[in-house]
Design a protein around this ligand. Structure first.
Ligand SMILES: Cc1cc2nc3c(=O)[nH]c(=O)nc-3n(C[C@H](O)[C@H](O)[C@H](O)COP(=O)(O)OP(=O)(O)OC[C@H]3O[C@@H](n4cnc5c(N)ncnc54)[C@H](O)[C@@H]3O)c2cc1C
Length: 484
């Protein structure tokens, strides 16, 4: 096939992974094409996932504050709240974000092709527009960043009107009175807690005994407690045996015989890699479990000039990680060393309250360092800023090695957790001792003070364990903290 245009790099998909790959390549002087099958660039992150869900979350938090103050200031919120009203700012956020991305791609010399990409051979990509126009592109190298889509279990008839997935949930016009959420992962927990904060009667169901099984149980217990206090209900260790829209409501029957009725349902049971339209058969690309594209540590696939990044290569399926993978794939194409593999990935869950963690969990630390690891905790009632901001049911948990020195992991549940965790991330990356939080000044009053309180907890336990007071300055800090 004769190409219509030739590029140094073709990027398939304009989500976070594709954007950063294109950005890195154009900055380095490569001639780049970026192919996107939707009407606008940005990917799931901008149009259906990260940004819309966080916009709704902000609205839910604002409304809660307004409701709390409604009596004081003598005003009333509308009962039949439209979802679009809650998301009023979304259009402008999306518009400015997409136009920024488009103009950025343009200004760096990249060329956007709107259409579906499919492989002809390992250097040739066919782009088919919605009108059927076909363009043949040739690329020296290709980065696949085609993302993922919601997985729909065959037994659940998602109709995008009553039974919705994470792509269609925000297309609801009015807030439902009740919502059943199937799933207990990140997306399920985020939406379940946001909608329950908005006054929707939410029931979350899953096979797992608690939501967010991969997070510290102490953190998820606080999440669950908050969710329940806001009117939410979690039913664990169950499976939905049938789901149907009965003309009035969504009827869900569970394998324990229980029947649930709700206005709407959200199905959030994982995501599948977007590989089908790519015609991977033409290039014999190796794929792994659930069809994800297999890559090595440089994001290179089994076909050397083809790389893959982001959700299409599987977990952790985060915008933050996809961006870095895109950048690193292009570094490898350019023959530059990325210095070290991505070892530390912070997890941020924007539920209400937020949960975030970095480094080893308590269980992983015990496996690696034995049972004598030292755990420090700071409850946010002890943190002045927590009191001021009304963030009282938060917690920061710090994990140190058996000497009570090396910081191994940080786990936080509280508003602001996803930002706060970066302090711990940097300390772990730098191999810092927990004493760094004791021997240096942190702003006051801040939520960051929780690091100091948890570090003091570890230092006190360490001191008891070793009984010798060989660190007079730290001991003085512990004594002062105990006096307070
Ligand atoms: C509800 C929700 C909330 C989320 N919240 C967060 C969060 O808070 N933080 C976080 O880090 N992550 C979050 N994520 C995950 C994040 O959105 C994804 O990890 C990220 O978007 C993946 O980026 P990507 O570049 O791999 O793919 P995507 O963003 O999915 O982009 C892929 C693009 O490729 C295009 N494409 C696919 N096939 C073709 C083809 N054949 N030809 C041309 N174009 C094609 C698609 O149209 C799409 O635009 C969330 C996801 C969801 C669903």
């Amino acid at each position: 096939m004769t190409p219509d245009e030739t590029f140094d790099l073709i990027v398939i998909g304009s989500g976070p992974g594709g954007q950063k790959a294109a950005d890195q390549a154009t900055k380095s002087g490569l001639k780049v094409a970026i192919v996107e099958r939707e009407r606008a660039v940005g990917g799931t992150c901008v149009h259906l996932g990260t940004i819309p869900s966080k916009t709704l979350r902000e609205a839910a938090l604002t409304i809660t504050t307004l409701k709390r103050n409604a009596d004081v200031f003598d005003f009333k919120l509308k009962d039949d709240m439209e979802v679009s009203t809650l998301m009023k700012r979304l259009d402008s956020v999306l518009q400015s974000y997409t136009s920024f991305i488009s103009s950025h791609i343009g200004s760096t010399g990249g060329k956007v092709f709107l259409g579906r990409a499919s492989f002809v051979d390992s250097h040739t990509v066919l782009v088919t527009s919605v009108k059927g126009t076909k363009t043949v592109l040739r690329g020296e190298n290709i980065v696949i960043a085609s993302g993922s889509r919601p997985r729909t279990p065959p037994e659940i008839p998602v109709d995008h009107e009553h039974i919705l997935d994470s792509d269609s949930i925000l297309s609801m016009i009015y807030l439902p009175r009740s919502l059943t959420v199937i799933g207990a992962g990140v997306i399920a927990s985020e939406y379940a807690s946001i909608f329950s904060l908005l006054g929707v009667e939410v029931t979350m169901i899953d096979r797992t005994p608690r939501p967010l099984m991969f997070m510290e149980p102490e953190l998820t217990a606080k999440f669950l407690d908050n969710f329940t206090r806001n009117g939410g209900n979690y039913i664990g260790n169950v499976k939905a045996t049938s789901v149907e829209w009965n003309g009035m409501q969504v009827r869900t029957v569970l394998d324990n015989g229980q029947e649930l009725l709700s206005d709407k349902m959200l199905v959030a049971q994982g995501r599948l890699a977007n590989v089908e339209p790519l015609n991977l058969g033409a290039i014999q690309l190796a794929q792994g479990r659930n069809n994800v594209i297999s890559v090595d540590e440089n994001y290179q696939t089994s076909v050397p000039n083809i790389y893959a990044v982001g959700d299409v290569i599987g977990p952790p399926s985060l915008a933050s990680v996809s961006m870095e993978q895109g950048r690193r794939a292009v570094h490898h194409i350019l023959g530059k060393d990325s210095h070290h593999a991505i070892e530390l990935v912070p997890i941020g869950i924007y539920s209400v309250p937020e949960l975030s963690s970095v480094g080893l969990s308590e269980e992983q630390a015990r496996e690696k360092y034995g049972d004598h690891i030292i755990i420090g905790r700071a409850n946010f009632e002890e943190v002045a800023r927590g009191q001021i901001a009304g963030i009282q049911d938060g917690m920061l948990k710090m994990i140190a090695d058996p000497q009570g020195k090396k910081l191994l992991g940080v786990h936080i549940v509280a508003e602001g957790a996803t930002d706060l965790v970066h302090v711990g991330e940097m300390a772990i990356l730098n191999g810092n001792d927990i004493d760094i939080f004791l021997e240096n000044i942190l702003n006051f009053p801040t939520l960051g003070e929780a690091y100091r309180i948890a570090a003091l907890d570890i230092a006190a336990k360490r001191s008891k364990r070793h009984s010798k007071r060989h660190q007079p300055r730290i001991q003085k800090l512990i004594d002062e903290a105990e006096l307070n």
